[in-house]
Design a protein around this ligand. Sequence first.
Ligand SMILES: [Zn+2]
Length: 253
Amino acid sequence: MKDFTLKIYEAMILSAKSKGYQFQTFEDFISKPLDGKLMVLRHDVDRIPINALKMAQIEAKAGVKASYFFRIVSSVWDEEIISAVADLGHEVAYHYEDMTICNGDFEKAIVHFEKHLAALRRFYPSKTICMHGSPMSKWDNRKIWEKYNYRDYGIIAEPYFDVDYGKTFYITDTGRSWDNSEFNVRDRVDSKFDITIKSTEHIISKFEDGSMPQIVMINTHPHRWFDPSFGWYRELIMQNLKNTVKRLIVKNQ
Ligand SMILES: [Zn+2]
């Protein structure tokens, strides 16, 4: 099967589900983790937000919940898409990069953070955040927390600070290959697992043969996942959305 397609993504979810993995949003995983096999699907929406909506629909169809971290740059900030993802039952939260945007000015960055966290919370009562890696920037966006505390803003967790990667097996699709740490400027965790993932099919085979660890966090960037009929599909989704909105307007008149 071709890798990094929505089709194989769906197959991966269904395989984990059939092997007894329970899916939790990042927020629920932190605040009320379930016993047994657990899977957290974390998405960093860096570009092409329509792809995030496609993944969100696939997950909703499979009956699982995921966490979507949206950047607030104009190429990603699409309120129709953000609210549609939240409406599908997923967690929606802030993929912050305030230090980069404010050029390392702590005071400006925290004001910027607060403002955009509030903007995101119009769609979902976000209690988690996740930094954007900003590979081209000299600023590490996590630096803001050397001076401020996100808990003062009602945030309970940030994946780079609040997850025990000795217990949680972390897999990321950076560079459109799994676990390719040479491409990861900042998205690295201190993993205790000595497992190299070669492909999505490899992930599926590990679910199937029972060699996947009990707790897994999979981080994907939806813009890296394609559908062969992208243009057509996008139109269909947007049209359905518009029709839903239209129906609501008609109903409320
Ligand atoms: Zn990012």
